[in-house]
Design a binder for this molecule. Structure first.
Ligand SMILES: O=C(O)CNC(=O)[C@H](CS)NC(=O)CCC(=O)C(=O)O
Length: 281
């Protein structure tokens, strides 16, 4: 399979973001992608709940989802929408942070709601409370496709290694980690965690990322993200690092490398039971 990672700087305007995404998808298809991947919250990066309430749609009515399904069909490629921020019918009014896998017929083959919410004080002046606006998902998702069996995740999920172990044990050979990582934690942890997940599972890791400073409507706090969309091989090598500029990055994935890595170090299959922890004082 040939993966195209799309690195972009989404604003809080879904219409402008869609235009940008469609351009990148065409570029990816022209360069021979069989799977193109977009970052987390492709449709809208915003720090304002009121703005999100005004511009976001439900899955049924979302313009980004409809257009990208049409593009997947017209271009004849698989598309992983890293995620869309979507309205839900939940009584608490929270949004979903939902990833979609779309086939070359434009059909949605899998959807995944981000499980782990980024409720973190990164620095004295930088706090995130994702769970205030978004409702966490409750299901891990593995999608069997003719390209590969794909385990889905989103951003902060990256810090929960048992999720990826479960996905790999359920058959995943490619893990997707679309993200909008914070600049501080990105510099400290992003590449190391992605390489660790690849090494632990013997999977390819595909991590398309938001990058740069995200334009926000009047009076709202603009956010910045780390960029560095990465592709990691099952043995842990970095196959692609897109730096901080928006664009499309192409990588050929030789899935035989999954078997090779797991043959060399079969730790994925060496779990042991330790139901109790001996606590010593
Ligand atoms: O809120 C949105 O618009 C979309 N969601 C995000 O950007 C999320 C929650 S704020 N970002 C992360 O999970 C970053 C994780 C991270 O940076 C880390 O784990 O260190």
């Amino acid at each position: 399979m040939t993966a195209a990672l799309i690195q972009m700087t989404s604003s809080d305007d879904p219409v402008a973001n869609l235009e940008m995404t469609r351009g990148y998808l065409r570029q990816a298809a022209t360069q021979g992608a069989t799977l193109a991947l977009t970052p987390e919250v492709t449709n809208c990066v915003s720090t304002s709940n009121a703005h999100q309430q005004a511009v976001l749609q439900t899955e049924e009515n979302d313009i980004t989802l409809a257009a990208l399904r049409e593009d997947a069909r017209a271009l004849g490629i698989w598309v992983l929408i890293g995620s869309l921020a979507l309205k839900t019918n939940d009584p608490d009014g929270r949004f979903a942070n939902r990833s979609f896998l779309i086939d070359p017929d434009g059909t949605i083959q899998a959807r995944y709601d981000k499980i782990h919410m980024f409720d973190v004080q990164v620095s004295p002046s930088e706090t995130y409370r994702e769970s205030a606006g978004f409702r966490p998902g409750t299901h891990a998702v593995v999608a069997q496709t003719p390209l590969a069996t794909i385990g889905m995740s989103i951003c902060y999920d990256l810090r929960f290694p048992h999720l990826y172990r479960s996905l790999a044990k359920a058959g995943a050979v490619v893990l997707t980690v679309p993200a909008a990582f914070s600049p501080i934690t990105g510099a400290a942890h992003w590449e190391t965690l992605l390489r660790a997940r690849a090494i632990e599972t013997g999977c390819f890791v595909l991590a398309p990322a938001q990058t740069g400073r995200h334009a926000a409507s009047d009076g709202q706090r603009a956010r910045s993200t780390h960029g560095h969309s990465l592709v990691i091989a099952p043995w842990g090598e970095v196959l692609l690092d897109m730096g901080t500029e928006p664009g499309v990055g192409m990588v050929n994935l030789d899935l035989a490398r999954v078997v090779e890595a797991r043959d060399r170090v079969p730790s994925l299959f060496h779990d042991r039971d330790y139901s109790t922890i001996e606590a010593r004082q």
